[in-house]
Design a protein around this ligand. Sequence first.
Ligand code: MTE
Ligand code: MOS
Length: 751
Amino acid sequence: MKHIDAVSHTRGESQYVDDMPQPSEMLFAAVFSSPVMHGKIMALHVQDACSMDGIVAVLTSKDIPGENQIGPIIQDEELLASAEVCYVGQPVALVIGTSPEIARKGVRKITLDIEQLPAITDPKEAFSKGNIIGSPRTFILGDVEAAWKKCDLVLEGVCDIGGQEHVYLETQRARAIPLEENNLCIYSATQGPSAVQRHAAKVLGLPAHNIEVDVKRLGGGFGGKEDQATPWACMAALAAWHTKKPVELVLGRADDIKMTGKRHPYKSDFKIGVTKEGKILAYEASHYQNSGATADLSPAVLERTLFHGTNSYFIPNVKIFGVCCRTNLPSNTAFRGFGAPQGMFVIESAIAKVAEKLGIPREAIQTKNLLKENDLFPYGQRVRNCRSLLTWNKAVEKYKLSEIRKRAENYNKTHFEIKKGIAVMPICFGISFTTTYMNQASALVHVYTDGSVSVSTGGVEMGQGLKSNIASIAAKGFGIRDTRIKIESTNTTRVANMSPSAASATTVLNGNAALIAIGQVLDRLKSMVAKELGVQEKGRITVVNEKVLCDGRETDWTWDRLVQTAHLNRIDLSAHGFFATPEIYFDKIKEKGHPFAYHIFGTAIIEVTLDCLRGAYDIDSVKIVHDLGRPLSELVDRGQIEGGLAQGLGWMTIEDLSFNEKGQLLSGALATYKVPDVYFMPDDIELTFLEDEGNTLGPYGNKAVGEPPFMYGIGVFFAIRCAMRAFRPQKEFALASPLTPERVLLQLYAE
Ligand code: MTE
Ligand code: MOS
C-alpha cells in the first residue's frame, strides 16, 4: 500500500487548516512579541493599533478569562506575557483584524516600554547561576570512580551541540469557530489535540467538553507541534471567544522561526576509560541542556538524553548527569529523536577521541563494545531481542566495509587536497513514552450498513503515514479491502484524552487500540454467523478477502451480507478500543525500571568526500541495515528512514542556528537557514531491512520507525572529521556541531 495521501498531496488537493472554506465574517489574528531577550514590561501601548481601520480588538494577558498558563509539565509558561518577557519573540499581545495583512499592520503599531534585564544564552552559565528547571538527573551503573584506575587510557573532552529548526512546511496555525453557549471548535495543526483542548479550556475558564479540537493532517510536525502548537490554538480560541467570530491565526515563516522553540542545543562534558584492547570500562557524561525560557517538554527530552547516553554500547560503569538550564531563548522543544541524538553524539564523540588517540578507526572501538543479549542499560532494563551486533555485522559484510576503507585509504594516498572519510553509526532507540502513563490510546470503529468502515483514533497524520498504517491494520483486521476503510480526522469528541502523536509510538498504540475495537465488532459478527451456520465455536469462522470462511472453507456469506444481516438482527456495528502498553514502568527516585516496550537497532555506514581547499563536502553514500519488524507498508517506512536520515545529516552539517548578542536569530529565514535538499543528499542510499522477526507488541509484527533513522545522520560528523584528519593528522578538532563547510575550513587552517 502506498501513502494514503500520495495522490491528493501531489495534486495539491490535501486540505490543511487554512485550506478549509472560510466561514463568512472570519477574522484574522497576528501576534505582537517581545523585541528583547529579557525585561520587565513597564507599559504596553496598543491604542494606535486599536484605532486602525479593520482592527477589531487587541487582546493582552488582562483579557484572559481563565488562567494565563499553558506549561505542559511545569506551570511556568504564560500564554501572553503579563509582567516580564524572557526571550525575543515571546507573545505579548494578540491583534485581531479583518484580514491577515491588517492584523500584521496592527502589530507594527504596538510599542512596549521595557526595563531591560540581564540575559543568558549559555546553558553552563545558566547552570552556574542556579537557573535550572526541575531537578538534575543522574543515571548510574557500576562504579566509575573505582573503574578509572583499571583503565589503560582515560580521556576527557567537551561537546558543543547545535540546535535545529523544525522547518515543517506548514507553519503553526489554528482556526477557532465559536459555537452556541460558550462552545468552541478548534481546527489546529497539532500533534496533541487533547493538549490543545485542555489548555484552551483552562485559558477560557471552561470545562474541556466545551472545546472540540479537530485535526485532519499536519504539513509536518517533527516534534515542533507536540506541545508548541498549543499557544496559537489557545490564542485563536481566545480571540474567537471575545469577538464571537471565527478567528484564524497563521504564523508567517519568519514569525514561526522567531517565536517557536527548536531542538535543544547542549553543552556536554565527558570522560571515557578504556583497556588496551579497546573495551570501554567507564564512561561519565554531564549534559547541560539549553532549555530556553520555559520548561515546555525539556525535562522529558533531557530524560531521553540520559536513556540513550550510551547508545548501542554496553559499558559496565556509567555515570550520566543531566540538567535543564533556563536561558533567554525561545523554549526549546521536542524534535525527532527527543534528546537521544544529543546523548548519542557525546558517546560517539568520546569514542572518536579514544580512536584518534590510539590511531585506529572508530569502528575498532565500537565493535568491541556493542550490546549483547541481556546486557544491562544504566536505567536497569536488560536488552532483549538485541540486534546490535546482527545489524552491525550485516552492514559490515554486505556493504564490504573493509573494501570501502581500503578504497578510501588508497584514494587519500593519491589525492592531496581532496580526502575521503568514513564512519559507522550504530543506533539503539527505545520505543515507548518514557512517561509511562502516556502509553495509552483509544480508537472508535464504525461499520456502516453498506460495509464501509470508519476508523477514528487518537493518532495524528503528520506525513509519517499513520493513516496508511491504520487503514492497512483495519483492512487486515476485518479481512476486507483497504478501499472500504476511511480514516477520520483526529477529533476530541470521538477519542478522548489522547497522548500526543510522538515517540514513534503512534501506530503501535493507536493501531493496537483499533485492532481491539475491530476485534469486538468482528466477534459479534462471527457469533452471529456461527449461529446461522449451526457451528458451535465462533473461532472456526474467519473473514478473508471479504468472504466468510468456516474451518477455512468458503460459505455463502460475504462481508456485505454479514454486515446487513447483523444490522437487521440489531447487532452493534460500532466499538471503542483501548490499548495500554503492558509491562513498562520507571522509578524516577531510583532511576531504574523497564521504560521501553522494545528497542530499535540498526547500523549505517557513511562515506564522504571533503574538499580541503574549500571546506565543502559531499556525502557519497549512506548504507543502512535497519531493524524494521514487519512493515505495514514498506514504502511508507522507507520514506520515514530516508526522511529521518536527511534530517539527521542536516542537523550535523549545514543547519546552523546562530543568535546575535541581542538574542536575535541571524539565520531566521530559509535563505540563511539551510536544510538538506535533493542535491545535498547522497545519490547512493542503500537500505537493507531485517524483517525476519516480527514484533509481538506491534500490530501485525510492526515496529516503530519514525525517529530512530534520524540518528544514523550523526555518523556524517565523524565521517567528515575522519576526512579532516586525513588532511591534517596532527590537528585537534573541536567536537562542535553543526560542522558547516565554513567551520571545517576554519579548523583545517587554524593556527
Ligand atoms: N515524518 C513526517 N513526514 N512528518 C513528521 O512530522 N515526525 C517525526 C516522525 N516522522 C514526522 C515524521 C516524529 S518527531 C515522530 S515522533 C514520529 O514521526 C511520529 O509519528 P509515529 O509515532 O507514527 O512514528
Ligand atoms: Mo516526536 S520528537 O516524539 O514528536
